[in-house]
Design a protein around this ligand. Sequence first.
Ligand SMILES: [Zn+2]
Length: 1221
Amino acid sequence: MNKVKTTSEKSLASNSRIVVLLTQLEKINSESLLVEADTARYVTSKILHLAQSQEKTRKEMTAKGSTGVEVILSTLENTRDLQTTLNILSILIELVSVGGGRRACILVSKGGTQILLQLLLGASKDSPPNEELMVQLHSLLAKIGPKGNHSRDKKFGVKARINGALNISLNLVKQNLQNHRLILPCLQVLRVYSTNSVNAVSLGKNGVVELMFKIIGPFSKKNTGLMKVALDTLAALLKSKTNARRAVDRGYVQVLLTIYVDWHRHDSRHRHMLIRKGILQCIKSVTNIKLGRKAFIDANGMKILYNTSQDCLAVRTLDPLVNTSSLIMRKCFPKNRLPLPTIKSAFHFQLPVIPTSGPVAQLYSLPPEVDDVVDESDDNDDIETETETENENEDDKDQHFKNDDIETDIDKLKPKQELGRPIEELKIYEQFFPELAENFQEYDLVSKEPKPFASATNLGGPIVVPTAGEEHPAEANQSVKGIAVKDHSSLQMEEYNKRPSFLDLPKKDHNKDSLQLQNDQKKLLSSCQCLSQEIVKGLDRITLQNTSKSEQYYSTGCLIKKESKTSLTTPACNKPCQHVSSCGSGLFEGPSVQLGKLCCTGVDPDEEEDSSSHSSGEQVLLEVPDMLPLHNPDLYIEIVKNTKSVPEYSEVAYPDYFGHIPPPFKEPILERPYGVQRTKIAQDIERLIHQNDIVDRVIYDLDNSSCSVPEEGDILKFNSKFESGNLRKVIQIRKNEYDLILNSDINSNHYHQWFYFEVSGMKTGIGYRFNIINCEKSNSQFNYGMQPLMYSVQEALNARPWWGRVGTDICYYKNHFSRSSIAAGGQKGKSYYTITFTVSFPHKDDVCYFAYHYPYTYSTLKMHLQKLESMHNPQQIYFREDVLCETLAGNSCPLVTITAMPESNYYEHVCQFRNRPYVFLSARVHPGETNASWVMKGTLEYLMSSSPAAQSLRESYIFKIVPMLNPDGVINGNHRCSLSGEDLNRQWQNPNLDLHPTIYHAKGLLQYMATIKRLPLVFCDYHGHSRKKNVFMYGCSIKETMWHTDVSAASCDVIEDLGYRALPKILSQTAPAFCMSSCSFVVEKSKESTARVVVWREIGVQRSYTMESTLCGCDQGKYKGLQIGTRELEEMGAKFCVGLLRLKRLTSPLEHNLPSSLLDIENELIESSCKVTSFSPHSSLMGKCPPTFGICRQSSAVSGGCKSDPCPSTQADRLSVFNKC
Ligand SMILES: [Zn+2]
């Protein structure tokens, strides 16, 4: 057809034939009975002819403004002539057959449904009803009911029921079972009716289920169209529980399975996939009820669907069958209980006080005889309708916040005026602020170095911060220096070489037990130390002389042999040495500190090939520049001895002992291969189908101390009896497959996510499958490219001491272990989730460790702090490590103070020193978020570094840092809680001195700072995020919270300073992992007792943040597509500091002054520090915008429009203006 012509025809529409005909028809309608039926017949048949032959006509009749449909419908309503009626029905069918749902919608909007249903009702009174009329009517009705996403007539089913039309179609089918031409459209209408649950029940009562089974009968290639519709109808009908029960009672589950197998066998060329899928849909519906699942199992459904889907795997087009089968099998898989005596933690810690309410109180009040592992969860019929598909690549649905979680009560957002504790009580915190009283008269501070302020004058220039990226040009010639902090390498080197020896360390006071322990340790260490230190020395040598090609010897006789070509360093035994020949285990065992079970008998001959496949071997050695300046194995052991764990751990994990350096290669986010989930699920189902293949042997069990590991060569050995370890039980399922159960957080019965355990006794060339079967979160980044971490001791000895991302076939999915409602917040019918991964080990008889994320123990922190202290230049850096308090288990919670020493002990300099604004940082309130500790390490190292920027940062602020708010949780391998079984980051509103001492005192510090008018400029609590990528911040803003609610009037009165956006904005410009668009400044109800919200609202710190780092990786910026590593995390910590320096420049007029006029500066500093304290929401709310925020005040005024301007991007734009000031 010629397009030009069509257009010109359109313009002549008024003269077109159809318009003429319609006008005629209209006339006939108005004259009604006066006209011969022939005329109407003639006109409608002409219209039909045009409608059938020309799209143009159909378009015209349904065009906007056209009354075509109305005229037609009106004729339909009025005519008594059968032929005219049939003509009109045909016309309407023509009209709605094309054009998507739009034309059907027009028909509906003109009242078509009602007219057609009335017509149906009238026609049904004839006996027998006219077949042609019924066929046409049903064909048309089937097209106007709701279908898919098109909202034709949403109320169609209801209208039909009200008009009494349901049974007309049903009876027609019943009475004309052999008349396929008639029953096909009737079934199509029934299919639409059945999607309404009331209709489904009503139809069910009248025998529709039985009727459908008469139609779907045995396999036959005749009438497949009919079969398909009947199956769809049945699947919809069986969603009603009543109908499903009816089907089960009549034995139809068995029938459906038989029919399915029938089709599976006969449909060898897969031409009837839709029919096969239809049958599965019916089974899926009927198994929503418990009776249905039982009938399915009784009818051997598991085996049938398992076998048929195995046959289908090879044909990609049959994927829908495999996926639906998989879904049904998972649903019907008999629910198991976790193989545990109780889900309460395997370790118990008696609390000094039991909380009066909440989960811990419940836990304590539970009678001992109650079986908490499982309850009647399985009785629940309401299986959630799962729509899981294989390619679940859409991002998490829960965005920043859930809407109903947003705080809408303005009074809860407005700052609280009075402080919680009386001033006299807060006085105890004075001791933590000696810097405010120090006059430095004892110090010899006459600086011979360039004046610190000289570097401060350079502030305007670019700040060079080491980046984590390997492509950084500066990196290449800095191979000897540290990675995160490169400027003080010489100091580090020096310090590293004269690192404190084991015996030099001052011993702490011990009670009897620990004295005894110490004696034992001495005995043991005399032997153990020997090897471990030798290994470490060997390792030291490897890292220190990294590229040396000469042979390196352990002094005990173990040598590290270097293959000149491959640059392999392979530990091998030169002469028999006692500790080594026993393969390690005897050597390290005992009541004291132990170090794993390393076998030092050398590397398998065929291993060498394996190892040499690390093509980057040479490069690796070259690029292992980091001396791990903060790491010292001996010191680590010494610290571990003073670390108090509930299980009284006496072993040390190798990775914590050796230390970790980031690997010198990129680790991309894993691409998920097709079909992983269903393969894994099929393997799980095989446990039921091929029960004889299942070993089911417990090989590790905290609940049963007599559980012994069979000394068979084929079985892996597991262990996690070391700091932060949390493996509870391991069951060998098949030869190379293990189910692992994590321990609950102490004094709780859930929170399983973090894991850290040791594996040994492996062989090479085998893919071992690990399943952690008691995970709880409904989704995980493991489904989006994240891999678990592994540390190989052999690799460490080969100069590759790092945690690396490993594992293939990674998948996170709901499993068949039911979760007790006691641990699911009262919700019944919940299941646990499995994280599964498969690993091939690089070395035989290695000792390897697996972790959820890069471990960072409490002892590691203590070691890092000691090293930082011992390495710092006391002339330049003011560093203090205080004990904020003791934890419940008696571990100390460190509080670190860092700032620059005053330039001299002159009054002016001391004043400048004392008046620096504070920055308060904390981390690791959640033990499983180890990434937070790595970010904190980056921050601490940067703050202690000798770079000019770090120096000016120290000169700008006093840093108060609580690097680990939850030491007990970290030590004991908890994921979320402290020993009180509670999430400490939900206790900030009312911390209990006895139960939450670290929070109580951290808050006390802040309250004290508020009373002395020295509120921190910035508060930030470092966290990890398990579901999102990148690094981002949560802050607090009344306005942004209000934008998400309907309460607009109240918030419009609030004048809010936009300063809270500055730091995240700066970070998004400077830190490559940081992502502004993931930030949120909304205050949620569920977060009202978090550090961020309480410090903002109660203490009054405007810039109060949570900084969340991904556990997975980045999807933007320089690290896009890469998994996150400790290098990037530490860089983030350093960049955070740099961001603070920029913030300083924005918030202080200081930079404009030259250091020459120190007195003036000092005055200004005092002023500015006062201003700093006034940047709180208290003052902002009262409309007193700090003078330094001229632009900000302006923007507040602009955004006073509130709802009319809720776009954060415009805010960001404003901020960029703001940044320039
Ligand atoms: Zn957290």
